[in-house]
Every structure is written in structure tokens, then in C-alpha cells.
Design a protein around this ligand. Structure first.
Ligand code: FES
Length: 96
């Protein structure tokens, strides 16, 4: 599944490719990673440490921590992380 992305009247940087759990994903360079993942249909970014329920981006402004993923070995907030070519993303990051 992929979500709709506006194209008419919108100018974006060239797309770059990065890997998410070994799968190539393309998105405009600099787009927030959480947005790029949602556009690729990847809405479940981690599991709750308590109940194991899937969690995904909620606030999109760095407050809720629901979008935590691992990028190049570092735990980051996907909504605050710009997409760049070659980044290695692993879903399932946790703040535990
Ligand atoms: S979506 Fe809330 S911190 Fe990223």
C-alpha cells in the first residue's frame, strides 16, 4: 500500500533511495523520514514496549516519540530526520 502524494503544482528535490529493513524505498531528498515512510505505506514504525501494539508517527513535530526508528545504528525520531541517499533504516526502534 502506498499513500497518495500530491504532485500537481508541487516542486520537490530529486528522489533518493534508502533502505528500510533491507527494502529499497525512494523519496525526495530532505523529506521527513516519517513522511517518506507513510508515503511508502509503512505506518507501523515500532511496537509499544508495554503491550507490543504497533505505533506510528502521531505529532510529526518531535514531541510524542511514537516515530522512533533506527537510522545507521542510531535511534532517532523519524519525523525530525531528513531522508538522504543510502541511509539504513530499521523499524522497531525503542526508547526503553
Ligand atoms: S511523530 Fe511525534 S515525535 Fe515524531
Amino acid at each position: 500500500m502506498s499513500l497518495w502524494r500530491a504532485t500537481e503544482g508541487v516542486t520537490r528535490p530529486a528522489e533518493v533511495t534508502f533502505a528500510v529493513d533491507g527494502t529499497d524505498v525512494s523519496a525526495p531528498a530532505g523529506e521527513p523520514l516519517a513522511t517518506a515512510l507513510a508515503a511508502a505505506g509503512m505506518l507501523g514504525l515500532r511496537d509499544s514496549p508495554r503491550g507490543g501494539t504497533p505505533r506510528g508517527a502521531f505529532c510529526h513535530m518531535g514531541l510524542c516519540q511514537e516515530c522512533v526508528v533506527t537510522v545507521d545504528g542510531r535511534i532517532v525520531q523519524a519525523c525530525l530526520t531528513p531522508v538522504r541517499a543510502g541511509m539504513q533504516v530499521r523499524l522497531g526502534g525503542t526508547l526503553r
